[in-house]
Every structure is written in C-alpha cells, then in structure tokens.
Design a protein around this ligand. Structure first.
Ligand SMILES: [Zn+2]
Ligand SMILES: [Zn+2]
Length: 344
C-alpha cells in the first residue's frame, strides 16, 4: 500500500512510498483509513523538532472502518466505523497508567511517530483504544476526534469550566476553536482572541457561537473582559496559540484565583511573570494529549451536537497531494487540513 513515511532522522525525509500492508497481531485491529488530519505534530516531525522513530508512517488524527481483527479481540467486528486514541503502547504498570493518566506514561509510544500511523490506506491499532464513531459525523468530521479529545479533557475534566464563567481562549486555530466550543457547552461566556492574520478564523469562531471573537490588534481584550462582567478579570484562560505575548496577556486577563491552562506549545522557553501567579493565587494547568476521560467526553459533545467539527475542516486533499496539504498547514491558512488515502 501507499503511505507517507518519515524515512530517517533529521529535517525533511518525508516520502510517499510503498510499504507492506500491516496485519493485526493479538489484541489489535486493522482499519481502513478514511480521513486523516495534519496536526502541528506532523509538521514538527517533518522538521525533526518532535521525537520520531523512523522509518515510521505519520498521521494520528483519523477515522476509519474495521476491516480485520487480530487474535483474541472481542466485541469488534469488521465494518464498524471507529476513531482511535493515539496511544499505541503504554507500560500498564507506572503511576500514570495505574491511575488512568496513561497519556503521561513515560514509556508511552504513540501512533504516527513511534508506531506506524494513518497517512496510509490501512493502519493497525490496539483494539482497546478504539471508540465507536458517532453516527451523526462524517468520516472527515470524525478525523477531528483526537484534537477534540484533548480540548474536552482540558475544558471539562481538568479545569472544569462552569456555567457563568468568563473564559478567554487565545489562538483561533483548530485547537482554540474546539476548546472554545467545549467551554461554551459548559456554559461559559467565551471570548476568542487572535491577531489580524486570523481574521477568517475569528469569523468562524463567531459563527460557532462564542460570545466575542476579538482581534487584539484592534481591540483591548482585557477591558472587554472587565466590561463583560468579569470586573476583576476572566475566570479561566486557555492559551492555545503557543505565542509568548498571548501567555502574558492571559496571566494579565485572569481574576485573582482564576485558572490558567496551557494548551499550545511554544517550542522554546518563554518569559512569564510568575509573581502574578503568586500575587493573584492563580491555578496553573497543562494538558498533554488525552486519555479515556477526554475521548469519552469529546465524543459525547460531538454526538450531542454541542461541538461542531465540520466547520473546522477547511481543506481536503488526496494523500498523493500531501506536499500541498503540508504547505497549506505550514502557512496556517484555513483551519484543519485533511488527507484522504487511496481507498483500495
Ligand atoms: Zn495531533
Ligand atoms: Zn506507564
């Protein structure tokens, strides 16, 4: 079959090439990949700024159909439409694994960087990590289940946004818009912020029902938040842009005792005024990937219609045109770029 493979360590070395079709081992299932999203992680792997173990097939945000089950797999049958967690292997014995936080297992291997992923016609995954695809979703929309799981975990499980909270989400990319929708679903009054370069994305945010979508180059977000009833500042801030000024703005925007959640990655150390964390008694959170709780919550939100995924799909290319797709994703044009493998 054809697949997009990271051939060897170092910047570049991506190749659309023939690889053997995988067969499911014990406890595994083979999926026909219907759609797979390009994630920031894929771009980092391309440039070798995220761990990767070549040769490896990239791609981890996908939907598919079960075509074969391995020995010992129960309760899964060919023909089922599914999405899958990105974890491929964890130790099962450490504190993180034993307490359900297996996304933090130190020896965790993930699909698309340590184990073969889904920029291919077929992928093999662990049966215990698949979830039924909500039947109100298209395969394209369902390919966003993985980023949704991360955002739902951050909003509903870690920070626990509550009805009436004034919430600031900085960064209107796919992660920011999923986070914002989860916070709206929880009853938050949500403000999404971006720059003038984000004009189109801010428009989508507005269409998705956030309270305000703000261009920080034109409007003062902090006075807007105070005006909106957070006299002392926002209750919760989700920093989804991975830009240092946005993080600094988030700390400033919070009320005393508020919650700061770092969702985006900066790729380098950045300067934050930690005195403000002490003086305002802020609660600081982080999120890294997701686990069953995030997946379960995210898929419920999508199946109940609280979160819209289709409006976030801005580009769809056949996998053969992966270079074009990566180019669009690198330029931060639009929102989510999907690649569709050969349906063999
Ligand atoms: Zn991803
Ligand atoms: Zn572990």
């Amino acid at each position: 079959m054809k697949a997009l493979v990271k051939r060897q360590k170092g910047p570049g070395f991506l190749e659309y090439t023939d690889v053997p079709e995988p067969t499911p081992g014990p406890g595994e299932v083979k999926l026909q990949v219907k759609a797979c999203g390009i994630c920031g992680t894929d771009l980092h792997i391309r440039h070798d700024t995220f761990p990767n173990f070549p040769p490896v097939v990239l791609g981890h945000e996908f939907s598919g159909i079960v075509v074969e089950v391995g020995p010992g797999v129960k309760g899964v049958v060919p023909g089922q439409q599914v999405v899958t967690e990105v974890v491929f292997e964890t130790c099962g014995r450490c504190r993180a694994c034993k307490t359900g936080y297996y996304n933090l297992c130190p020896t965790r291997r993930g699909l698309g960087w340590a184990a073969d992923g889904a920029f291919a016609s077929y992928a093999v995954v662990e049966a215990k990590n698949i979830h039924p695809m909500p039947n109100n979703l298209s395969f394209e929309a369902a390919a966003l289940s993985e980023p949704l799981a991360v955002c739902a975990y951050a909003v509903c499980e870690l920070t626990k946004v509550t009805a009436g909270d004034v919430v600031l989400v900085s960064g209107p990319g796919p992660i920011g818009l999923l986070t914002a929708q989860c916070a709206v679903a929880e009853g938050g009054r949500v403000i999404v912020s971006g720059t003038s370069a984000d004009a189109d994305r801010l428009r989508v945010a507005q269409e998705l029902g956030v309270f305000a979508a703000v261009d920080i180059q034109k409007e003062d977000v902090i006075s807007l938040i105070r005006h909106l009833g957070g006299e002392l500042g926002a209750d919760v801030v989700f920093e989804c842009s991975g830009a240092a000024p946005a993080a600094q703005m988030g700390i400033k925007a919070l009320r005393k005792g508020g919650k700061y959640m770092q969702v985006g990655l900066f790729g380098q150390p950045v300067e934050i005024d930690l005195d403000q964390v002490a003086i305002k008694e802020l609660n600081v959170f982080g999120v890294f990937s997701s686990n069953w709780r995030g997946w379960n919550r995210g898929l419920r939100l999508a199946s109940q219609g609280h979160v819209q995924l289709s409006p976030l799909v801005s580009h769809v290319f056949p996998l053969t045109e992966w270079e074009q797709g990566f180019h669009v994703a690198e330029q931060k044009q639009g929102l989510k770029v999907l690649l569709i493998p050969d349906q063999v």
